[in-house]
Design a protein around this ligand. Structure first.
Ligand SMILES: Cc1cc2nc3c(=O)[nH]c(=O)nc-3n(C[C@H](O)[C@H](O)[C@H](O)COP(=O)(O)OP(=O)(O)OC[C@H]3O[C@@H](n4cnc5c(N)ncnc54)[C@H](O)[C@@H]3O)c2cc1C
Length: 425
């Protein structure tokens, strides 16, 4: 069960080397319980797609990828109980075959359910909450090795703190998610959205222009390079794609968000309907998502501040563009999960896929963060940021409640690491 890798373990993008003294891969929940019971300090690892040191530790690291990948669908209650290490792509296929769906997916299907929910991962859509909002129960191994379940129904006080928890309450082994009847989505991409469409009123319309909307820009000019529109086919307003969208024109063929990258790795465009899980992510499961040679950052601000925040970022375009593959603008509906970046506010998410240039990225991040500071940005926990810990804490009104919950569930700090000690004190 304990494997010390031949080469040091890195995150997916190979931008971080984990400092773990040992990496474990238990094959059963019982083995995991024994491991946690005998470990002084331990962190859970999902698929390792985070760019921040949120999963890192100098103590024990435990991958949940070796646990049996169970997916138990309960059609009568419209819910699914899934093993923590299952990837969204695998879960989605099984759900779809059984006639069910999730409301939202991230841009890639490769990430684990537990890892994505732990950091508040999101897709896009003004009515779509982050992925963790589908969770109605989490089952975790706590520091004493016991199994404990927290559910929305039975633990209403603690539950909002227990889902987006950055791995700091225990090792999650199973999650129960709400599901909906399966649906089809058609995706079209428009190019060159004029800057005039980014004013406050029209921007609201643009961002609400489909079930899920993403704007991609390289900040080379004032216009937005691409608008990705994902429409549900059961939505009356989702007829054939118009040739223009707020002044942007329909792309002539399939495109990749990062210019120069092959569109074959992207989900089907051109308005061809297909199952939700083959359209909501931008990238196909069988391909490398995004660029691969990258670092990511993302800041989430109130949707009401979207136009002002974009104007502030546009003022930095000369500094941002040289280090950037592409930026993405998405929306996330408000939720009640204490550490969710969309906690208590309808949100716009301002994302940066940077070149794999740590020095260049480190030089530009403070300027980006200063430009966004008036809008109380919440950095994505799984991406790179330099905002001071006090400021990060100040934008999470329930962070004190989370600290109290962590102190109760993990009194000996078994699951803490430097990242948690820095931001969640
Ligand atoms: C190409 C790419 C595209 C991305 N697209 C999006 C996107 O569209 N939207 C978005 O919001 N984010 C996106 N991200 C970020 C990504 O979703 C998050 O970093 C997510 O947390 C990664 O999941 P993971 O399984 O790799 O988790 P890891 O990086 O392995 O771990 C993340 C955290 O989860 C904890 N964790 C993992 N498993 C468990 C467990 N079993 N029990 C307790 N804690 C656990 C870890 O301790 C850690 O704190 C993207 C990242 C990449 C590389």
């Amino acid at each position: 069960m304990t494997a010390t890798p031949a080469a040091p373990l890195t995150n997916w993008a190979r931008t971080l080397t984990f400092g773990a003294r040992a990496v474990h891969r238990p094959g059963s929940v019982a083995e995991l319980q024994e491991l946690v019971r005998t470990s002084e300090r331990i962190r859970a690892l999902g698929t390792g797609h985070s760019f921040s040191r949120v999963a890192d530790t100098t103590a024990d690291l435990v991958s949940v990828a070796g646990l049996p990948p169970t997916v138990e669908i309960d059609p009568a209650r419209s819910r699914v109980t899934v093993a923590a290490g299952v990837r969204y792509g695998d879960l989605a296929e099984q759900l779809h075959r059984a006639g069910f769906a999730l409301r939202a997916m991230a841009s890639l299907p490769h990430i684990s359910v537990a890892g994505a929910c732990a950091t508040g991962t999101h897709g896009s859509g003004v009515t779509n909450q982050g992925l963790a909002s589908a969770v109605s129960a989490v089952e975790l191994v706590t520091g004493d090795g016991d199994l404990r379940t927290l559910s929305r129904a039975d633990d209403p006080e603690d539950f909002p703190g227990a889902v987006v928890a950055l791995g700091s309450l225990g090792v999650v082994v199973r999650l129960t998610l709400d599901v909906v009847p399966t649906y089809d989505v058609s995706q079209v991409v428009h190019e060159d959205l004029p800057a005039r469409s980014l004013g406050r009123d029209e921007l609201d319309e643009v961002l609400a222009g489909a079930y899920s909307v993403s704007l991609f820009t390289r900040w080379r000019g004032d216009d937005v390079d691409q608008v990705w529109l994902k429409r549900r086919t059961d939505d009356a307003a989702s007829d054939h794609p118009a040739t223009t969208f707020h002044g942007a024109r329909l792309a002539a063929g399939p495109v990749h968000p990062v210019p120069g990258m092959p569109a074959a790795s992207c989900t089907v465009q051109g308005g061809v309907p297909g199952p939700w899980h083959e359209r909501l992510p931008h990238f196909r499961a069988a391909f490398t998502p995004s660029s691969g040679e990258e670092i990511q950052s993302e800041y989430l601000v109130a949707r009401a501040d979207a136009a002002a925040a974009l104007t502030a970022l546009r003022g930095l375009k000369e500094r941002v563009a040289p280090v950037l593959h592409v930026s993405e603008v998405r929306t996330v509906a408000a939720d009640d999960l204490w550490l969710s970046p969309a906690y208590g506010r309808d949100t716009v998410a301002l994302h940066f896929t940077w070149h794999k240039d740590p020095g260049g990225v480190a030089a530009v991040l403070p300027a980006v963060e200063e430009a966004l500071a008036p809008y109380a940005p919440r950095p994505h926990w799984g991406k790179v940021f330099t905002i001071a810990p006090d400021l990060v804490r100040s934008v999470y009104p329930r962070i004190g409640d989370f600290a109290a919950l962590a102190a109760r569930l993990d009194p000996t700090g078994t699951f803490r690491n430097d990242f948690v000690d820095t931001y969640l004190r």
